[in-house]
Design a protein around this ligand. Structure first.
Ligand code: GLN
Length: 530
C-alpha cells in the first residue's frame, strides 16, 4: 500500500486536544495492523522548544535520539508505543534554517528565495519524508496553532498543495469547538462554520470534522454542521469531555472515526478491531478507586509542566489498583518550619526536574524531611541532584555542598559540569540529550526493579554527579547504583536503608506508556501502597 497522509488541524481556539486526537487516530489505525507514525509541525520560530520556559510551552519532551520536542510527542508515544525521532517534530524555525543555510551555501544561486515555493516546498518535503523513508502505511501530521494564525499559513499552503498532489491518499481532519451558551441553553455551531470557511478560503476542504464539546451533540446538530461545511454526516464526529484522555480512542472508534478515514482514502474498512489490551487497561482504570496521594515538589504550578511525570504516575497507580491524586507543592514556599505541614498526608514525593536557582532550597528541605521520615522519594534529574546535595550537606557534613549550576563558588561541588560541557557556550540543543546506556549494580534495588542489569534511558541535563565524591557517599549510605558503562557517569542513586529513596539523572517518565508503564514508577507506587 502507498503511504497515506492524514493532516490534523485545529480551529476556533487552541488547547482542544489535537495531540490526543492525533494520537488516538494513530492508535486506532495501529490496531488495524497498519504501520503508523505521527509528527508535529509547530509554527513558532524557535528551532525546538528546548529553550522555552514551561509556562510558555509546557513540558519539553525528549526523543530517544535526543531532540527536545513538543509535549504532544509524549501523547503519541504513550498512546501508540511508537518511538518518535527528531523527524517527528518540526518547527518553522527549523524549516527556515534549512532553507537559509542552503541559500548561504549557494544552492539557489540566481533565485529569489520566497515563502512560496521555497519554504512550502521544504515543509512538503518534511511532511512526506517519514513516509518515504520508512515504508509506513500512515503518516499523521498534526499542525500546531489555530487556523487563521499568520504563522501557520505556510503549513496550510503546503497541505493544500499536498492534497492536490496526493489525491485520495491524503485526508484532512479538522478539530473545532462547539461552545455551550448557558443563558441561551444552546450549543453553538457558528464558530465551527467560520473555522471551516477559513480553511476553505485557504483552499482546503476538510474531510472530517471532530467537534470538541462539553455537552453531547445530537444528530440534528451534527447534520447542521455536515450540511453547512460540505462534510458527510458520518464524518462529523464529536469529542466530548471524558473522565480520562485514554477513553478518547475508544470513543473515536465507537463513532467510526478510523472507518471514516479509511473510506475517504478508499481502503476496505473490514471488522472493528477489539483493542483488548486497551480495554483491559480502561477496565483497570475504572476499578481503581482507592486513592494514593503523591506530592510533586517543583516550581511550575501548571498541569503541562510535568506532563509526562503526571501521566506516568497516573498509569502506574492504575496498574497498582489505585487512583493517583497529585498535589503540586511549590518548592519556593517550603521552609524547615512548614515542611512537615506542606507534605502532610502524602504517601510519596516526586522531586521534579528543573533548571536554575529558584525553589532549590525548598527542594532540599523537602528531601531532608522525606529522607529522615521514611517517606518514599523519587528524584528525577534535578531532583536526583538535589538528593545528592541534601545528603552531602546533612549526612556528609559539607554544609555548603551545591551544584556548580547554582553556586560556582561552593567548596563542595558534588554536582559539576561534565568536561565536554565546559567549552559549550550556546544554550540550544547542547545538553546531554537522548538515550544513553546505564549499567545497574546487581545488589541494588534498581536492579531488582528493572529485573535486568542493562537499561537505556533518556537524558536532558548539563550537570552530573561529581565522581570525586563517590566513595564518600557510598561509605555513608547513599549508593551510586547505576552508571554509564562508557564513561562511568552516575545515573542512579539510592539509599538501601530507606523505604524507597531513588534518584535518576535520566527521565524515566519519557518512556512510560499506557500499555507499558515504567517499572520505576510502578515500584514507587507499590512502595506507597503496601
Ligand atoms: N538543571 C540540571 C542540569 O542541567 C537538571 C536538568 C533537569 O532536571 N532536566 O543538569
Amino acid at each position: 500500500m502507498d503511504t497515506k497522509y492524514i493532516f490534523v488541524t485545529g480551529g476556533v481556539v487552541s488547547s482542544l486536544g489535537k495531540g490526543i486526537i492525533s494520537a488516538s487516530i494513530g492508535k486506532l489505525l495501529q490496531a488495524r495492523g497498519y504501520k503508523v507514525t505521527i509528527q508535529k509541525f509547530d509554527p513558532y520560530i524557535n528551532i525546538d522548544p528546548g529553550t522555552l520556559n514551561p509556562y510558555e510551552h509546557g513540558e519539553c519532551y525528549v526523543t530517544a535520539d535526543g531532540m527536545e520536542t513538543d509535549l504532544d510527542l509524549g501523547h503519541y508515544e504513550r498512546f501508540t508505543d511508537i518511538q518518535t525521532t527528531r523527524n517527528n517534530s518540526i518547527t518553522t524555525g527549523r524549516i527556515y534554517k534549512t532553507v537559509i543555510d542552503r541559500e548561504r551555501h549557494g544552492d539557489y544561486l540566481g533565485k529569489t528565495i520566497q515563502v512560496v515555493p521555497h519554504i512550502t516546498d521544504e515543509i512538503k518535503h518534511r511532511m512526506l519524508r517519514e513516509g518515504l523513508e520508512e515504508g509506513l502505511d500512515f503518516v499523521i501530521t498534526e499542525v500546531g496553532g489555530t487556523i487563521g494564525d499568520i504563522e501557520s499559513a505556510p503549513f496550510m499552503e503546503a497541505i493544500r498543495q499536498l492534497r492536490w498532489q496526493l489525491g485520495r491518499d491524503a485526508v484532512c481532519v479538522h478539530l473545532t469547538y462547539v461552545p455551550y451558551l448557558k443563558a441561551a441553553d444552546e450549543l453553538k455551531t457558528k464558530p465551527t462554520q467560520h473555522s471551516v470557511k477559513e480553511l476553505q478560503s485557504m483552499g482546503i476542504q476538510p474531510d472530517i470534522l471532530v467537534l470538541r464539546t462539553e455537552r453531547h451533540l445530537d444528530d440534528s446538530l451534527r447534520m447542521k454542521v455536515a450540511s453547512f461545511c460540505n462534510v458527510d454526516l458520518e464524518c462529523v464526529v464529536q469529542s466530548e469531555d471524558m473522565p480520562s484522555i485514554y477513553e478518547v480512542p475508544v470513543s473515536m472508534q465507537r463513532q467510526g472515526l478510523d472507518a471514516a478515514i479509511m473510506r475517504k482514502i478508499g481502503i476496505p474498512v473490514g471488522e472493528t478491531p477489539a483493542m483488548k489490551s486497551w480495554h483491559d487497561f480502561l477496565h483497570l482504570q475504572q476499578e481503581a478507586k482507592a486513592e494514593v496521594h503523591i506530592g510533586l515538589v517543583g516550581k511550575y504550578d501548571l498541569q503541562d509542566a510535568y506532563k509526562s511525570i503526571r501521566e506516568s504516575l497516573h498509569l502506574a497507580a492504575i496498574y497498582n489498583g489505585r487512583k493517583a491524586r497529585l498535589h503540586f507543592v511549590n518548592s519556593e514556599d517550603i521552609t524547615p518550619d512548614n515542611v512537615a505541614e506542606k507534605l502532610e498526608g502524602l504517601s510519596g514525593v516526586i522531586i521534579c526536574p528543573g533548571f536554575g536557582q529558584r525553589g532549590i532550597e525548598g527542594k532540599i528541605t523537602a528531601i531532608q524531611h522525606t529522607r529522615t521520615h521514611g517517606i518514599p522519594t523519587f528524584g528525577i534529574c534535578l531532583g536526583m541532584q538535589m538528593m545528592v546535595i541534601e545528603f552531602a550537606r546533612h549526612v556528609l557534613g559539607h554544609s555548603d555542598a551545591h551544584s556548580m549550576e547554582m553556586n560556582p563558588q561552593t567548596t563542595h561541588p558534588v554536582i559539576d559540569l561534565m568536561e565536554e560541557q565546559k567549552h559549550i557556550t550556546g544554550m540550544g540543543g547542547t545538553m546531554r540529550l537522548g538515550a544513553y546506556p546505564c549499567h545497574l549494580r546487581d545488589d541494588s534495588k534498581a536492579y531488582a526493579i528493572y529485573g535486568k542489569p542493562d537499561i537505556t534511558e533518556r537524558h536532558r541535563h548539563r550537570y552530573e554527579f561529581n565522581n570525586l565524591y563517590l566513595n564518600e557517599f557510598e561509605a555513608h549510605g547513599m549508593q551510586c547504583v547505576g552508571t554509564n558503562p562508557d564513561n562511568n557517569l552516575v545515573e542512579m542513586v539510592e539509599i538501601p536503608d530507606h523505604r524507597w529513596f531513588i534518584g535518576t539523572q535520566f527521565h524515566p517518565e519519557y518512556t512510560s506508556t499506557v500499555l507499558n508503564p515504567h517499572p520505576l514508577f510502578m515500584d514507587f507506587i507499590k512502595a506507597m501502597t503496601v
